[in-house]
Design a binder for this molecule. Structure first.
Ligand code: CP3
Length: 345
């Protein structure tokens, strides 16, 4: 039996709508919050396979999505490279910032140390690959080099990305070294996830949309292309989903040039653009506004129906434009899942 999600991702039109939701595991679920209390911090949970396996499976049990995404974070890579990382409640991730080429000396990419640090993640992937129901797909993931670099350089979340942009523009050769390190280490991380049983990989480029076309080419498209090449040279058949959130018109070049198998879009793209410019070349994944999932009811269902209607002619996976918001009532996720399961294409 070929899995519904994998059929769509690999470019087949399907008779039902495969679906999963970014951040489907997390704080909107009471069963997550209960476990999180025992685990301590978010990172303790992500690095503990018992917790991480359980939390990955929670939304699948409740809502029966077609795919489970590994419970981890994009910032495990800088952490494994030796950058100090903490998640502080209410503030999000905090890292000791790498502001210039000199600071790169604080990072170390040594195989044993790097993979030793990430071993619990690989174990989580192995266990999930055994435990997940056979009709479900296990998705592994990483951040894209640009997005991970923004957290490393800013030292956390940012609204203007001022340090990252001025590093990249003021010392492109130095910034290139950071990107090269991220391409090399992220490729190994994704390859190891695939070795341990991940069946598809998603690359999150959450902040790709803040760059002009020149910087988008250099810091989004080029590194992503190299990353995809490396992963596919080790695992030629593994589907890779690229998610350059907010990339607007640059989605076109991204889809054409990076070598990805499928593209995840966000709700800012007009659906006729998605159909004509992207879905004509590959599977598309997206993109209900997470605010409509928060609202629930008829507006959410109407928008879901509009998306399906626009994209039902080709390969398509239903998802959100960005992760589930923590105040979202689980009943809304149940209502949407029930609706998606009822649709015949
Ligand atoms: O369910 C899933 O989607 C799988 C797990 C997952 C997490 N983070 C768990 C998480 C995935 C795929 C990510 C990706 C991630 N992490 C991204 C890319 C996607 C996006 O959201 O744009 C980014 C930018 C990060 C970095 C990150 N992690 C931030 C900025 C934060 C703080 C913001 C917040 O929501 O608290 C996190 C924390 C985080 N990652 C949580 C979870 C479940 C919340 C942790 C908690 O307090 O329990």
């Amino acid at each position: 039996m070929t899995k519904l999600f994998l059929q769509a991702i690999n470019g087949q039109k399907t008779g039902k709508v495969p679906f999963w939701f970014m951040r489907q595991a997390g704080r909107y679920l009471p069963e997550y919050m209960a476990l999180r209390k025992d685990a301590g911090s978010f990172l303790d949970m992500a690095y503990n396979p018992d917790f991480a396996v359980e939390v990955t499976l929670q939304p699948i049990r409740r809502f029966d999505m077609d795919a489970a995404i590994l419970f981890s974070d994009i910032l495990t890579v800088p952490h494994a490279l030796g950058q100090h990382l903490e998640f502080i409640t209410g503030k999000g991730p905090q890292l000791d910032p790498i502001r210039n080429a000199n600071d790169l000396g604080r990072l170390k990419f040594e195989d044993d140390k790097f993979h030793g640090h990430l071993k619990p993640v690989y174990e989580t992937v192995s266990r999930l690959s055994d435990e997940l129901p056979k009709d479900k797909t296990l998705i592994g993931f990483s951040g894209a080099p640009w997005t991970v670099a923004t957290y490393m350089v800013e030292g956390g979340s940012s609204k203007d990305f001022k340090y990252t942009k001025s590093f990249a523009a003021g010392d492109p050769a130095g910034f290139q070294r950071l990107m090269d390190l991220l391409v090399a280490s992220t490729a190994e991380y994704l390859i190891k996830q695939a070795d341990h049983g991940a069946e598809a990989l998603q690359i999150f480029d959450s902040w790709s949309g803040v760059l002009n076309e020149v910087m988008f080419q250099r810091w989004v498209i080029e590194p992503t292309k190299r990353l995809v090449e490396k992963v596919k040279s080790a695992h030629p058949d593994i589907p890779v989903i690229g998610f350059p959130k907010g990339a607007g018109l640059m989605y076109r070049n991204y889809a054409d040039q990076t070598g990805i198998t499928a593209v995840a879009f966000d709700q800012s793209l007009p659906l006729d653009f998605v159909r004509d410019e992207l879905q004509s070349k590959m599977c598309v994944q997206g993109a209900l506004d997470n605010g409509l999932l928060l609202a629930g009811g008829q507006p959410m269902l109407d928008e879901a129906a509009r998306i399906i209607d626009a994209l039902k002619g080709g390969p398509f996976v239903f998802n959100l434009g960005h992760g589930v918001i923590k105040e979202t009532p689980p009943e809304h996720v149940a209502e949407l899942s029930k609706f998606l399961k009822s649709v015949e294409l």
